[in-house]
Design a protein around this ligand. Structure first.
Ligand code: BEZ
Length: 266
């Protein structure tokens, strides 16, 4: 694998240089010695992860070999989800559940990639356990992030662990979910504490909502699920909505619904 230093297009975890008024440029490789315990904990080191911002690229070792994250995403949607540690109970149930939904993610054109803060040998052993316990065959890669480089790049850390880093040793990685679109833009972020397992149905639901919105120019109301009515966004006049969509129902001039049957079924 190419070194971090030799890949200038990849986030290098290095010091930030900011041209006046311009974007920050990270040009030097990450240096463990520069930071307390090697973690990029300063604001300058932590890129802002906003909805609509480009998902930071990185190189990593995974259970499927070395990856360049942007090349891994290619032109697909992707879900990057993190776990505190291998061989922990909640994480084990989560990875088993995600593994069982392989076909659902594939139908939506979404590549899955997990992350856990341990090494490859541990991941390989843990996957055997996950498969046995959940009666599944986990097929997506899991990033070996024992040095927390990706966890810190994506701010997958708990404030308490950062504050207590000296007493507590390594910081746990929290349960983050990043949904990333084919343009590598972050479209949705979920953050759960280590104590609380995620909801795979919610992850699929928001992917459906995002993809339907992109295709059809609609938005989705509270608790929406595929097939439910959707909302005509304020940018579309009711007159135009009636030309564009079937069966427009105007509850208020600012609240218009149309049928959710927009031929986006998987
Ligand atoms: C769990 O997955 O159950 C877990 C993860 C980190 C710390 C403690 C428990």
């Amino acid at each position: 694998m190419a070194s971090y230093a030799s890949r200038s297009f990849v986030h290098s975890f290095g010091p930030t240089f900011r041209a006046r008024g311009g974007p920050s440029l990270r040009t030097k490789p990450f240096s463990l010695a520069r930071y307390t315990r090697g973690y990029a904990t300063s604001a300058a080191e932590q890129p802002r992860l906003r909805l609509g911002s480009t998902a930071p690229n990185f190189l990593a070792k995974t259970t499927h070999g070395d990856i360049d994250f942007h090349k891994f995403i290619d032109n697909s949607w992707a879900i990057l989800f993190s776990h505190p540690a291998d061989f922990t109970p909640v994480c084990t149930t989560e990875l088993g559940a995600f593994a069982k939904l392989k076909d659902e993610f594939e139908k939506r054109g979404v590549k899955m990639i997990g992350l856990s803060a341990n090494g490859l040998n541990s991941h390989d052993e843990w996957i055997k356990d996950i498969n046995e316990i959940s009666k599944t065959n986990l097929q997506f890669p899991i990033i070996a992030d024992s040095d927390r480089k990706v966890a810190f790049l994506y701010d997958m850390v708990d404030q308490q662990d950062l504050d207590n880093i000296d007493e507590k040793g390594v910081a746990y990685t929290i349960r983050s979910v990043f949904i990333i679109d084919p343009a590598k833009k972050i479209r949705l972020i979920m953050l759960y504490p280590a104590s609380t397992g995620r909801n795979t149905a919610e992850v699929l639901r928001v992917i459906d909502a995002l993809q339907l919105g992109d295709k059809k120019g609609v938005t989705t109301p509270i608790n929406w699920e595929m097939g439910d009515d959707v909302i005509v966004p304020p940018s579309v006049s009711t007159e135009d909505a009636k030309k564009k969509f079937a069966d427009v129902k105007e509850v208020r001039p600012y609240l218009r619904f149309t049928t959710g049957n927009l031929n986006n079924s998987h």
